[in-house]
Design a protein around this ligand. Structure first.
Ligand code: EZ4
Ligand code: CO
Length: 402
């Protein structure tokens, strides 16, 4: 079953997406997400200029061999651009495999380990009152788990607080916006937010929070400790995680569960975190961590160390990635939770899909393959528009992690 054609579709229905389409001699095709927010065109080039020439004529059934060929064969390993490109190929090959044997991908991954997968939505507001009303809206929609982010008194903008209510989108057209940050203001404020949410919504609702890589280990330890009375489901990305060992310090101070991994590209980025049981949830994704094949290896490794999955699922991960994530989530034994930020209607029209949300849970649907398509004609109406994620500075102007 030879691959005879391949193309990269870059479009912007609501936001930018890079999608790989592989077509076989049997006219079966598969899709893979290759979107790297704010650096999209580098992955498009990696695919067009370097990977597609290697794929034409290859047997589409050899998923693992193709993964190893692209990973080991490049000599240069890992990194977000390389791994997003490999992820796209891997995801498209799983889609083809499913379609060619007429079965949904989760059936090929061992079948369903659960009826459906719990997802969490994003509630945010300019202040505690607005954030509490946003959480209430998610509860009304049936969500069992909600991430809460709020504007911070004294800071003009902060991560996670957007303009809309269901479509938080941090990337901006034009040059990167600059935000101003104070860890002191933040640390003094966040416990009040969760005190209010826990008392208003009771003990059952899962509450999550994303620190977005902004604290030092000892600050993160303090925050985790101060949030313990409000029993968070998790505290996400408390510190930048290039130094995996820094989680030892956080871990020894707090029982607030820790989640990390949305910017990781491979099992090597989380090996210490998992093996030393320094985290509770690993958030690596299909699109940024080597596709379904590599994500399964990470999950299987994590299972041994009582670490559950909690894949990233922001709007910059396309519906193709979302579908692949749901097949993975449904099948893998140590699933924890899936992030789900709703895409805009334009995005959903360009990427029709079989996955669905019901009562706080999602299911990938039972169409063969991933169950997601790309309307290429419609996509042409939304050409790529350069956009960047914001950058962040401390109040004295020093660059900080965004
Ligand atoms: O900032 O996807 O948990 N979700 C997140 C996201 C990320 C964006 C970056 O492209 O942290 O909002
Ligand atoms: Co995050």
């Amino acid at each position: 079953m030879k691959i005879v054609d391949a193309r990269v579709i870059v479009c912007s229905p609501g936001r930018n997406f890079v999608t790989l389409k592989l077509i076989t001699e049997d006219r079966v095709y598969g899709l893979g997400d290759a979107t790297l927010n704010g650096r999209e065109m580098s992955v498009a080039s990696y695919l067009n200029d370097h990977i597609i020439p290697l794929l034409i004529g290859r047997d589409a059934r050899r998923i693992e061999d193709t993964w190893q060929y692209l990973y080991k064969g490049a000599y240069w390993r890992r990194g977000p651009v390389t791994m997003a490109a490999i992820s796209a190929v891997d995801t498209a090959l799983w889609d083809i495999k499913g379609k060619s044997v007429n079965t949904p991908v989760y059936q090929l991954l061992g079948g369903a380990s659960r009826e459906a997968v719990m997802v969490y939505g994003h509630a945010n507001g300019a202040d505690i009152d607005e954030t509490a009303s946003a959480v209430a809206r998610y509860v009304q929609l049936g969500y069992k788990a909600v991430r809460a982010q709020s504007g911070i008194p004294g800071l003009a903008s902060t991560y996670g607080v957007g303009r809309g209510q269901l479509h938080y989108e941090p990337a901006e057209k034009g040059l990167p916006p600059e935000n101003v940050w104070s860890s002191e203001y933040y640390l003094n404020f966040v416990p009040d937010l969760f005190k209010r949410l826990r008392s208003e919504f009771g003990p059952q609702l899962h509450l999550l929070h994303d620190v977005h890589h902004r604290l030092t280990p000892i600050q993160a330890a303090r925050l985790g400790k101060s949030l313990e009375p409000y029993s968070l489901f998790w505290m996400e990305d408390p510190v930048p995680a290039e130094l995996q060992e820094s989680f030892r310090l956080i871990r020894q101070h707090t029982t607030t569960p820790l989640a990390v991994g949305e910017v990781f590209n491979s099992i090597f980025d989380c090996e210490t975190l998992i093996r030393e049981q320094l985290i509770d949830y690993i958030r690596t994704t299909v699109v940024h961590a080597g596709g379904i094949s590599h994500l399964r290896k990470i999950a299987n490794f994590a299972e041994v160390f009582h670490v559950l999955t909690g894949s990233h699922g922001a709007t910059d991960l396309s519906p193709v990635c979302m579908a692949a994530a749901l097949h993975f989530d449904l099948s893998v034994h140590n699933f924890g939770i899936q992030e789900y930020m709703r895409h805009t209607e334009e995005t959903d029209r360009v990427f029709p899909h079989s996955y669905y949300f019901e009562d706080g849970m999602m299911h990938p649907g039972d169409r063969p393959g991933l169950g997601v398509d790309l309307d290429e004609d419609l996509a042409k109406q939304y050409p790529y528009e350069r956009a960047y994620l914001p950058v962040n500075r401390k109040m004295d102007g020093t660059m900080h992690s965004w």
